[in-house]
Design a protein around this ligand. Sequence first.
Ligand code: FES
Length: 478
Amino acid sequence: MRIKRHPILTFERGREITFDFEGRKIKAYEGESIAASLHAAGIRVLSESLRFHRPRGFFCAIGKCSSCLMEVDGVPNVRTCIEPVRPGIKVRRQKGGIGRINIEVEKKIHQKPELETVKTDIAVVGGGPAGLSAAIYGAKYGARIVVVEENPRLGGQLIKQTHKFFGSHSQFASVRGIEIAERLSGEIPGDKVDIITHSSVVGYFPEEKTLIAYGEGKLIKIVPERLIVATGAQENFLPFEGNDLPGVYGAGAIQTLMNVYGIIPGNKVLMVGAGNIGVIVSYQLLQAGVKVAAIVEAMPKIGAYQVHASKVARAGVPIYTRHTIKKAIGKEKVEGAVIVALDEKWNEVPGTERELEVDTICLAIGLTPSTELLSQAGCEMRYIPELGGPVPWHDEDLETSVSGIYVAGDASGIDEASTAMLEGRLTGVAAAEDLFGATKTTRKEKEEIIRALDELREGPFGERVRIGKQKLLTGGAR
Ligand code: FES
């Protein structure tokens, strides 16, 4: 399952190690997640459903869906998709999906819980394109910053994006996402920004204006003057028979497996969704040597940029518009799929069912903003379909209805990584202004960022977000 040759990527694997999976010795490389190592060893079933004990594999691979919870060294409910492998660990599946707390293990781990308190000007939750940009620009205008990221690596979704970006030079046009992640990480001024990785923010306490993060056996209390939430988004799911079978993966999970860890998700894939993500990931699958049996798209038209769609069409991948997946076939994992045509009213057309022999089904059907922390902080939420669902109300500076709390990137409404970076910059400048006062330079910087955002959202591809943001702004805070 490991990719040996790739046209763009070289995989520098860490030291070879072994760990124990239910009595079986598994080979892995340091730096991989437990779920990725298990997948490379051919193990797709990581968990089971609560009630009917149906097999479950991972789905999001970024710590957001809980379908990969396993017991690791006696500790239950570990998100194995973001938990790095370590030599000699013992990993096992949990009966009934949810693990039980082992008091002895708990006592050992939490005998002396370490609690660290950190005070800072600005806390940034999320180390993706928006969060890193916010940190760079907040620091540029004099703020001390703490960035908390739950994955072991910085860069968010950029670290798996091998395609080149569009836009202008200042938005990294013609640069691959993986390189942008490196450049942003390299621009972080180490004397002003503290980075905490592999730690999840588990709560915000509005009265104390305090965040609590947990990671690597440590609790961290973060008390910021201002807060920027750049928590990104989570993959949407689709109801169809067998959609919980191991082998039904989100597009981001497949990119993580292939482009971060150099592991193929399977041998033959059905892609559901012909938007930019579905088509780009299909091309990346072909680059990794995986067959793409078909792409199905429920809409009458392909949503992706023509340049991407032409590439997969040239490679011989059929794209069926007005089609969807009807069911996944298989007992323990995906062994096939049935697709079906849809009429203008989105009803299945009887007799058009077609069975495809695939071992992986990839869902690329959109994203929903990850806004739990903002809700918890008391920010006023609005349901704006054009922005992907529930988003916090925010003004032009991306400040929410709670004074001093800003939102940037996909958490403010689903859009491209280029606009996420601009929104991150804007919140960094705005939060610094809020702390130290506006100057001619900060005002000019904000104007330029807003102009660049407007330019990126011009034209038919930006229309959806343009309308969504307009709805938010004209609605005002209640
Ligand atoms: S939380 Fe691990 S796969 Fe989603």
